[in-house]
Write a protein that binds this ligand. Structure first.
Ligand code: ATP
Ligand code: MG
Length: 418
């Protein structure tokens, strides 16, 4: 019986995985350059962590999360995002006693959404969290870090920033907004009307075309920020300008999660169609305390790896593949032992090589050399073993050059990182 994978959960096959590896390599480099250290947390956490940390009024917890009882013992959830688990670990291990911390993570997230381009049920996020710094300087450094990551990947994405206020200015605004939304409910979609009561800020983010012109007239939070939020936001904008990071202020930009305050930001790409967000980030100063830690400010982002891969693909960028430098072909029984021995020595010297472990006809082995994209091939048999010489064949030009076997490693290019 043939069993297929779960809908919306994708295999990343060897021919494609080079894209993921490139993204992760560049991201790890950039994160390290900025002082972020990796943390690995479980993909399963207590349901309560997300109910509390993400918020029961959010779509993520409400509709999208995979929840299960662990043999009747505890209600658990597959992680839908990385911040709550990272904060849980930060608190559980008392990392706050050491002062500010910059952490990053890479891994799969799970949301039961309708699968479509750029939206899957298992997807991967690269994310960072900076703990213990309330000052806008960290917001600026973190946003500029994303810009640098995109620069290194030669990807263009546009940055939007906003301030979603804090406990001082948001509650009064939410009441004003809710009253306005109720008064205009007739012109809004049913999702908007429902969210008016549950999560009014999220209404501003509605993508339904008929809602957008209506919502454009809604009262804006930016004009109602308290002094603290205003000063913070101005400093973030000034910092981005100082660093030459282009941005646009989008007063409708909100994060879907309850715990965000002040800075909210997003990077989007035209290459993605309607799922245009590739990075969503923001400040969550109350979250650590909400989850039982000491009051600790924080700011972080989550970046969708699949969406980044789609951008690279749309730009026509080739998938980097590891190709063998040389393919060792055996001519006879002596050759069959020889290729294994030589391959081991070459690999020890850091040279990527391959061979056809089936042995057999030369033509079939050459075909295999071509298929795996080897740069050179070399035939080894009793004659070559006796003379210590062979011919190195360039697979692209078909040109053959004599080579002394003892010098073979020196004639070949070591693999990257070897
Ligand atoms: P969207 O508005 O597209 O649903 P979101 O606000 O739910 O995004 P976040 O929770 O901020 O997204 O997650 C950060 C990033 O993770 C997104 O910008 C996106 O790149 C990626 N992402 C989120 N959900 C998915 C998904 N179901 N499939 C693939 N990538 C996703
Ligand atoms: Mg979503």
């Amino acid at each position: 019986m043939k069993i297929n994978g779960v809908k919306g959960m994708n295999d990343i096959l060897p021919a494609q995985v080079g894209r993921w590896q490139e993204i992760e390599r560049v991201a790890r480099d950039v994160f390290a350059l900025h002082g972020y250290r990796e943390v690995r947390t479980p993909v399963v956490e207590p349901y309560a962590l997300y109910a509390r940390g993400v918020g029961e009024a959010t779509d993520i917890v409400n509709k999208e999360m995979y929840v299960f009882e662990d043999k009747g013992e505890e209600k658990l959830a597959l992680r839908p995002e990385g911040t709550a688990g990272t904060v849980r670990a930060f608190i559980e291990h008392g990392a706050y006693v050491e002062g500010p911390q910059k952490w990053f993570y890479v891994g799969p997230m799970f949301r039961r959404e309708r699968p479509q381009k750029g939206r899957y049920r298992q997807f991967h996020q690269l994310g960072v969290e900076a703990f213990g710094i309330a000052e806008p300087a960290i917001d600026v450094e973190q946003i500029a870090m994303v810009a640098e990551l995109f620069r290194r990947l030669s990807v263009t994405a546009s940055l939007q920033v906003n301030s979603v206020g804090d406990a001082a200015c948001r509650p009064a605004y939410l009441e004003e907004l809710r009253a306005w939304l109720r008064a205009h409910g007739g012109a809004l979609c049913s999702d908007c009307r429902e969210r008016t009561e549950r999560n009014p800020l999220r209404v501003l983010d509605c993508k339904v075309p008929t809602c957008q012109p209506v919502l454009a007239e809604a009262p804006g939070l930016l004009e109602r920020l308290c002094d603290g939020c205003r000063t913070h936001f101005d400093a973030v904008r000034q910092g981005l300008e100082d660093l030459g990071v282009p941005y646009r202020v989008n007063p409708r930009l909100v994060r879907g999660l309850d715990y965000y305050v002040r800075t909210a930001y997003e990077f989007t790409s035209d290459a993605l169609g309607s799922q245009s967000a590739v990075v969503g980030g923001g400040r969550y100063d109350g979250l650590v305390e909400t989850l039982g830690g000491p009051p600790t400010p924080g700011i972080g982002f989550g970046m969708g790896e699949e969406r980044l891969a789609l951008i690279l693909e749309a730009a026509g960028r080739p998938v980097a593949e590891n190709r063998p430098e040389v393919f060792l072909i055996s001519a006879d029984d002596v050759g069959r032992r020889e290729v294994l021995r030589r391959a081991a020595a070459l690999r020890r010297a850091g040279i990527a090589c391959d061979l056809d472990a089936r042995g057999g006809k030369l033509a079939r082995q050459f075909k295999q050399a071509e298929r795996v994209g080897a740069r050179f091939a070399i035939v080894l048999g009793a004659a070559e073993a006796a003379s210590g010489q062979a011919k190195l064949k360039d697979m692209a030009t078909r040109e053959e050059t004599p080579v002394v076997l003892a010098d073979l490693a020196g004639r070949l290019r070591p693999a990257a990182g070897a």
